[in-house]
Design a protein around this ligand. Structure first.
Ligand SMILES: [Zn+2]
Length: 279
């Protein structure tokens, strides 16, 4: 039928830019820290490729209004044996709660997906700003887990929605987070764009928002490591022989100092790196 051809053409060629992603990125929304809060789930089963080898992440949405990440965590911890479900993390606009070691599998989306993926639940919120913050937290958790397990970011493969898991393996019928996203004019494709931005920025700069004055990446074009120096109380440079930084490594820095016209960035209490090594 001609109608379906037209609609198919439109849905595959038109990719809407996301105002919500723009809001998150232009306001440099800072995700919450990932908080490890030991849960009660007592099934310690590896993935099909073994303990510590997930193949990606399933994106869930709780489908229940007005329940925070902490409230969901408490409920799952109390009732998982009867609910017969458990996930690795709950995320809302304020918190990222990791409640089961992601080296081991959980019960989130049917046996096939459970044996392959980390499972994270996004909690429903009630304002535009809270929705943006919850997405930022969720995307940060997902990008961090991909990086932790040395996984590439491939939408539909290493990052899938619960709906995609249901439609691929038919072991559950859940379609989250598609409907909830749509109530905010948002889509899984747009969420994948946000995850990609965060993933790339975390890998390059160590920060979801890209360049950050407190994060530096260092590289020595003329050697296999980046030298460190000390700065003594007379403001003189003292070489450090027994410690150095790896090429292309990323460091938190809290201070700058100029000695003899060279700017140094502090990366440990008594260790500095010259600005010329900034990658
Ligand atoms: Zn789900």
């Amino acid at each position: 039928m001609l109608f379906s051809l037209i609609s198919l053409t439109h849905s595959t060629t038109v990719k809407a830019a996301s105002k919500i992603n723009d809001y998150i990125i232009s306001n440099k929304i800072k995700p919450a820290a990932i908080q490890n809060q030991k849960g009660t789930f007592s099934e310690w089963t590896g993935y099909r490729k073994g303990v510590g080898h997930p193949e990606g992440i399933v994106v869930h949405e709780t489908s229940e209004a007005n329940v925070t990440a902490q409230q969901f965590t408490d409920r799952f911890n109390a009732h998982w044996p009867t609910l017969e479900t458990y996930v690795h993390a709950f995320v809302d606009d304020n918190k990222i709660l990791n409640i089961h070691n992601t080296d081991y599998s959980v019960w989130g989306a049917g046996p096939t997906a459970n044996a392959r993926y980390v499972q994270v639940e996004l909690c429903r919120v009630n304002s535009y700003d809270a929705f943006a913050r919850s997405l930022s937290n969720d995307a940060y958790y997902i990008a961090s887990k991909l990086i932790q397990y040395n996984l590439p970011d491939i939408p539909g493969q290493t990052v899938i929605s619960h709906a995609q898991a249901s439609n691929t393996w038919h072991e559950t019928d859940h379609q989250d987070p598609v409907y909830y996203f749509s109530t905010w004019g948002y889509s899984m494709d747009q969420f994948n764009d946000l995850i990609k931005t965060y993933y790339n920025n975390l890998k390059t700069y160590g920060d979801v928002n890209g360049h950050n004055d407190h994060v530096i990446k260092v590289h020595n074009a003329h050697g296999s490591f980046v030298p460190l120096v000390g700065i003594n109380t007379d403001n003189q440079i003292v070489p450090i022989e027994n410690r150095d930084l790896g090429n292309n490594s990323v460091w938190y820095t809290d201070q700058k100092k100029v000695v003899d016209g060279v700017t140094y960035h502090r990366v440990a209490t008594h260790e500095w790196v010259a600005d010329s090594y900034k990658a």
